[in-house]
Design a binder for this molecule. Structure first.
Ligand SMILES: Nc1nc2c(ncn2[C@@H]2O[C@H](COP(=O)(O)OP(=O)(O)OP(=O)(O)O)[C@@H](O)[C@H]2O)c(=O)[nH]1
Ligand SMILES: [Mg+2]
Length: 359
């Protein structure tokens, strides 16, 4: 039967949390027309059996997967095997308070097509998180914001607690890895209006965490795959190619000025002119090649040129500083010191220009 709300919950050995979870969902949502679809990866602790017995009293179903394991694929499985117009995704371990579902639904009623229960908006947060986990969590978000501009519309694209309109997801082809299903959904779906509501990430009530270092590696691989799919990886390669062309312009003009231009004794001036010329050619190539799709009609070309210039000048200073520190300070081989400087300055230029110049 077609329900209006499908709540998809992946489970792996969560027996201890199920009864409280189901009761709290029911008291938050009744009398709305909802169903809970659990996707259990063949837990050994009797999770699925408990859900089955509770399904006599509550609108629940459990799908048991025997061949596959993994949080993100379990969530997709649940999305594909449910049919509510609104889909809610959450964890089973009561870290996502079921009462917040009603906040998600109200935001959807006010016009959002995807709503995220966010730790990083005012009123949100997490209980009992150690400093290391906080830093990893924040670092992962910063990385996603930098490398995948489509995630910048929300402060917490890593959340595992969210709701969306099924129609807006369309026929998206979802191929996530690891844990971060929301990233995949946001990038592959056709959402126009994302909203966030605050929530406090509770401490785990029972059972054990399945989060481990392997998940962090999976996250980086997933990020890379999303960069490939969205064209952001190709954009970065283009940016590096343009940078390399700038080296040619720089050397060529410097050679011309000092050899044919009679500036042999004014080599610093010749160098400054050569650097500025390469910044300008880099800008033009980036404007019409690397960031062609991000030029906004009516926005100011000269303002962008100025921003690019300032960022690249700072990049050159950073490169010189790194070279000085590594070669003169630490005695590293000079070409290695130079190469490290170039890599860091390139990253600096790329990140700052995607954030400020071609937003
Ligand atoms: N079906 C399925 N569910 C999983 C799998 N791994 C984790 N889950 C479920 O996904 C949800 C989130 O997993 P957790 O281990 O709680 O991850 P976390 O909340 O980031 O980490 P903690 O704060 O330590 O709990 C829980 O409901 C788990 O039962 C899996 O491989 N398959
Ligand atoms: Mg958890």
């Amino acid at each position: 039967m077609n329900k209006s709300i499908s709540i998809v919950i992946p489970t792996y050995n969560e027996r201890e949390n199920i009864a409280a979870l189901v009761e709290r969902i029911h008291s938050a949502l009744a009398p709305r027309d909802y169903e809970v679809v659990f996707v259990d990866d063949n837990s050994k602790d009797g999770t699925a059996e408990l859900i089955n017995s509770l399904s006599r009293k509550y609108p629940l179903r459990v799908i048991v997967r025997k061949e596959e394991r993994g949080l993100a694929t379990a969530v997709i499985h649940g999305i594909e095997h449910s049919d509510g117009q609104t889909v809610v995704v959450m964890d089973a371990d009561l870290q996502h308070p079921p009462e917040v579902i009603t906040d998600l639904l109200s935001a959807m009623e006010s016009g959002a097509d995807i709503v995220i229960a966010s730790r990083y908006v005012k009123g949100g947060g997490m209980k009992e998180w150690g400093l290391v986990r906080k830093i990893i969590s924040k670092g992962a978000i910063i990385l996603a914001h930098l490398l995948l501009p489509a995630t910048r519309s929300v402060k917490d694209p890593m959340a595992g607690f969210f709701a969306f309109r099924r129609e807006a997801l369309g026929k998206a082809h979802l191929t996530p890895r690891g844990y971060k299903i929301l990233l995949e959904i946001m990038i592959e779906g056709k959402f126009k209006n994302a909203a966030e509501v605050p929530f406090i990430f509770e401490s785990r009530r029972g059972g054990e965490s399945k989060l481990n270092a392997k998940q962090q590696i999976e996250y980086l691989k997933h990020l890379f795959s999303l960069m490939q799919r969205t064209g952001e990886l190709w954009r970065f390669i283009k940016f590096c190619m343009v940078g390399a062309s700038g080296v040619g312009v720089n050397i060529g003009i410097f050679a011309l000025l000092t050899r044919l231009g009679g500036m042999g004794d004014k080599d610093f001036l010749a160098l400054a002119i050569a650097i500025e010329a390469s910044i300008i050619t880099n800008f033009i190539l980036n404007e019409y090649f690397t960031f062609r799709d991000r030029r906004k009609p009516g926005s100011n070309f000269l303002v962008r040129l100025l921003k690019f210039n300032v960022i690249c000048a700072a990049g050159a200073a950073i490169q010189a500083g790194i070279y000085a520190g590594l070669y003169h300070g630490l005695g590293l081989y000079d070409l290695v010191a130079d190469l490290i400087g170039i890599i860091i300055a390139t990253l600096w230029n790329y990140v700052l220009n995607t954030l400020l110049t071609w937003k």
